[in-house]
Design a protein around this ligand. Sequence first.
Ligand SMILES: [Zn+2]
Length: 226
Amino acid sequence: MNLKKRILSCILILVLLALVCLVGVLQGGTLSVFGRELEMKDSRKIALTFDDGPHPFYTEQLLNGLKERGVKVSFFITGKNVEAYPEIVKRIHEEGHLIGNHTYNHTQLTGKNHESFKQELIRTNEAIREVTGEDTIYVRPPYGSWNREFEKELNMFPVLWTIDPLDWCSSDVSRIVRNVCAKVEENDIVLMHDQYKTTVTAALKIVDELQEEGYEFVTVDELLFD
Ligand SMILES: [Zn+2]
């Protein structure tokens, strides 16, 4: 075989190998090489969640930063803010983030307000549907107070959290970042609030730091049902 032929055969083999790898990756999770399946390590997934918005200024700053980084998160919004800032809700939806219900007036469920709490969830679902054209089945009950009866009655699913960096009571960005990055593990759900400039800055730093560590940011539905 002359040199030219050898080089050509090498190139051909490399192209074939690249195709085999590509097919394997496309099949997701496992890599097929000549009929043998090699397990590929799944990336570690976590979800950032933002409550109480949208905020007329900070939510869009957050959306800009998330878009630059190709990251999707989950927003639990109140009905009154959906009505006040429908354009921002529309943008959240169009950019592929998950939208969940956080009651109409940010109401805490108590022993006495079962019916009015339920009405707040329904009213907020309607407001979200009006803007996005889609129903949401996810609810983050304010302060975590929930009654499982709502799950059947309204076909809604509560989403709580596993890391609370207390972003709402700190103006120290690096402390908020540390509160998340020092504790984070696979499948964590992080509670934050897009009501503060510090939260926006901290959230984007958290994304940068954890992406470098190999974490993948997903919406909460991917963690709850996968
Ligand atoms: Zn809240």
